[in-house]
Design a protein around this ligand. Structure first.
Ligand SMILES: *[C@@H]1O[C@H](CO)[C@@H](O)[C@H](O)[C@H]1NC(C)=O
Ligand SMILES: *[C@@H]1O[C@H](CO)[C@@H](O)[C@H](O)[C@H]1NC(C)=O
Ligand SMILES: *[C@@H]1O[C@H](CO)[C@@H](O)[C@H](O)[C@H]1NC(C)=O
Ligand SMILES: *[C@@H]1O[C@H](CO)[C@@H](O)[C@H](O)[C@H]1NC(C)=O
Ligand SMILES: *[C@@H]1O[C@H](CO)[C@@H](O)[C@H](O)[C@H]1NC(C)=O
Length: 674
């Protein structure tokens, strides 16, 4: 993978702790350089102009700047300078270990272990719970006769009177104790076990089971019964809250590696559409903005979500089992300052379980959430459940929405703790061949929203660019090749949760994405539609506005053309020429280049300028040099202390025979043979 080439120079000896006066001298040095290349004609530049942006001219959407130069020509350098680069949206290149970010990345050594790890008094498999007699010593259990455990199943009672009660979703009913002192056979979904020694409770734990339930069809459609004949894939969505694309790369490298080797498609231009979880999940699960809920299915804050047509309803009607699973109840997506569901939304719904487990066995409250259910991490409860549920429903189809919150929600580096567990789970799903019949979507809702990293420009961009991976089985890639090819294409298009919603819609009935239908639909695409299925070609000219992304969240560069005689322009052009010459320096057969014309300079801005930001400014500069009239384009970053090249330098016109004397493919672009 290639990343931004940091400024090679360093020859300036500029330290990051620049004082005003040294920065002035640096600037003057550039001016001197410029003076020579411009033949002295621009040497008089008012330094006060340096910070004055009044010369910024008309705002243009980058990429359609009207220049005759085809900026898409140099595809080989595209990876390095842009995350995505389309007609409608360019997102700057970001390096996961950018200088401004590096210092925030470290393993969270301070994270507390769950209490009594390795000292659990009980263990379980899919059918039994038993006492770990060897661990009794840790609880001072000395006498067998006065030791016993109480197995209590609990459940979500169905009949409810007061649908408006804020506690509606937390309702619970416990069954009577069944006592055991060695092991017990399990026949319930949710179980709480407490163990007493000498009439004192010494241990308590919650157990979550994934029984095979009888299929209850919703409504009266004929599809449900005919599912058996139809081709269908399980659809498994695994969310990890608050993880940007690059933070996923940094903190979960093993999981990333798994996805990469299996050929998962990564959405590089996936832009969030709202601040936190809720306004990003509603577009994904309902296809509407949170602000549109009021007029649709969620009339007031006191409402429950029962009347909202979530995606799982479609799958249900199409004969799928459904699951809605989060590892937190207190800050659950539907329960944090909201009333959740009155009815039970899906076949498998564990809110009741998590609520009780948090209440009685929640341990290590770290900022917003309990990390542990006694000796077990809540995220691990979730992962085990995914595995067990997929096993239980192996011969049926499952649509599952599984959302992890507890570990990742508040801290940039905590996802590191989960990496191995996610990798293990995915490996097991792979080994059991479950992934052969499954579309797996691994994603987040946004990046980390607070902490020091947010005051860097990259942190601000990362917050708006969550990760998304879509893993499809080989049979899918073959049979639905047109759809799959579009998905790959869209990896580098501007995309949103609204698109994912449409994508899920397409998976309900695979007829939608058969090749001939994809071709037909692709040709008739309605470019300004807010959500476009990722199985169709998302238009290259899509802008944030077309995609329903508010300016504030938009990570697309907006180009503001600068005057070519602005001080930024002169500095940037000089730096560009200097970088060219630095590369050519040792190749004495190449002529030293000088600036002949500053063709174009555009400042790349991201989102609204309202938000104060620390970090770099970025300029796209096009110059013509002599000898040879080469036209070069590059992105240059101006940090507080220096100019540097972001990525490589593109050549926009042909070099023909000019560089015969050199054989390095990169330098061929730049060298003018003497
Ligand atoms: C679960 O554990 C019980 C008791 O140890 C054992 O009899 C049973 O075979 C185990 N079941 C599975 C599926 O491993
Ligand atoms: C669920 O899966 C995990 C991991 O395989 C296993 O250890 C656990 O016993 C299972 N739990 C239940 C309740 O089936
Ligand atoms: C067990 O007994 C020891 C010694 O009396 C005591 O220090 C310890 O706290 C007890 N542990 C528990 C879990 O009660
Ligand atoms: C975007 O491209 C589509 C074709 O993909 C075209 O129909 C539409 O007019 C273009 N829109 C703009 C604003 O350029
Ligand atoms: C840039 O050049 C134009 C004429 O081409 C002139 O009007 C303008 O004042 C110059 N701006 C600066 C900052 O020198």
């Amino acid at each position: 993978m290639s990343w931004i080439a940091a400024g090679r120079g360093g020859g300036d000896g500029i330290t990051p702790l620049l004082s005003a006066s040294s920065s002035l001298s640096v600037r003057l040095r550039y001016l001197f350089l410029i003076a020579t290349v411009f033949g002295g004609s621009y040497i008089i530049i008012s330094l006060s102009n340096y910070t004055n942006i009044s010369f910024l001219e008309n705002e243009v959407q980058f990429g359609i700047s009207g220049s005759s130069i085809d900026i898409h020509q140099n595809l080989e350098t595209y990876n390095e300078r842009f995350t995505i680069r389309t007609k409608g949206c360019s997102i700057p290149a970001l390096h996961p270990y950018d200088e401004s970010i590096k210092k925030f990345v470290k393993f969270p050594r301070g994270i507390k272990q769950c209490p009594n790890t390795n000292k659990a008094l009980l263990n379980n498999n899919r059918t039994h719970i038993w006492v770990l007699h060897e661990n009794k010593q840790h609880y001072n259990i000395s006498d067998e006769r006065i030791f016993s455990c109480c197995y209590r199943a609990f459940f979500r009672p169905s009949a409810v009177e007061d649908i408006e009660s804020p506690r509606i979703d937390n309702r619970v009913q416990y069954k009577d104790c069944v006592y055991f002192d060695n092991y017990i056979k399990v026949s319930d979904e949710f179980v709480r076990v407490s163990c007493n020694f000498d009439s004192i409770e010494v241990y308590q734990q919650f157990f979550l089971f994934a029984p095979h339930k009888e299929f209850v069809s919703h409504g009266t459609d004929e599809w449900a019964t005919s599912k058996g004949d139809k081709q269908a894939y399980n659809v498994i969505i695994m969310g990890i809250d608050a993880v940007s694309r690059l933070n996923f790369h940094r903190t979960m490298p093993k999981t990333l590696q798994f996805l990469k080797t299996r050929g998962a498609v990564e959405l590089l231009g996936y832009n969030k559409v709202g601040d936190n979880t809720f306004p990003n999940l509603m577009p994904l699960l309902l296809g509407i903005k949170d602000t549109e809920l009021r007029t649709t299915c969620f009339p007031s804050e006191k409402s429950t979500f029962d009347n909202c047509p979530f995606v799982w309803e479609w799958f249900k009607q199409s004969g799928y089992y459904t699951a809605l699973v989060e590892d937190s109840s207190s800050i659950g997506s539907f329960n944090y300052f909201k009333n959740g569901f009155g009815h039970t939304p899906t076949d498998y719904y564990i809110h009741t379980f998590i609520h009780e487990a948090e209440k009685y066995s929640g341990k290590i409250k770290d900022f917003n959430s309990y990390l542990c259910m006694n000796e077990k991490y809540f995220f691990q409860v979730l992962l085990d459940y995914i595995e067990n549920l997929t096993l239980a429903l192996k011969s049926s189809k499952l649509f599952g929405f599984f959302w992890e919150i507890t570990m990742s929600h508040d801290y940039l580096n905590y996802p590191m703790v989960m990496d191995t567990s996610y990798e293990l789970l995915l490996n097991r799903l792979d080994a059991s061949k479950y992934l052969h019949e499954t579309i797996l979507v691994l994603l987040s809702d946004h990046g980390i929203r607070w902490g020091e990293i947010r005051s860097t420009k990259q942190g601000r961009l990362e917050e708006r660019l969550p990760f998304v991976y879509i893993l499809t089985p080989h049979s899918f890639r073959e049979k639905y090749s047109a759809a799959y090819n579009n998905l790959k294409l869209n990896s580098r298009r501007l995309t949103t949760p609204f698109d994912l919603h449409e994508t899920l819609n397409d998976l309900v009935d695979l007829k939608n994405i058969e090749n001939e239908n994809i071709i037909f639909r692709g040709e008739n695409i309605y470019a300004t539609k807010r959500g476009i299925s990722l199985f169709l070609p998302v238009p290259d000219n899509r802008t944030c506005e077309m995609a329903g992304i508010d300016d504030h969240w938009c990570t697309c560069h907006r180009g503001k053309k600068l005057s070519t005689n602005s001080s930024e322009a002169l500095e940037a052009a000089a730096h560009l020429v200097r970088e060219l010459n630095l590369m050519l320096y040792v190749h004495t057969q190449c002529a030293k280049l000088s600036l002949a014309e500053l063709v174009d300079i555009t400042e790349m801005e991201v989102g609204t300028p309202r938000e104060k930001e620390i970090g770099w400014r970025e300029f796209m500069v096009t110059v013509r040099t002599l000898p040879g009239n080469g036209i070069f384009e590059a992105t240059l970053r101006q940090t507080s202390s220096d100019w540097m090249l972001a990525g490589t330098i593109s050549r926009l016109n042909l070099y023909g025979k000019q560089s015969q004397c050199i054989h390095n493919y990169q330098l061929k672009l730049y060298c003018y043979c003497k």
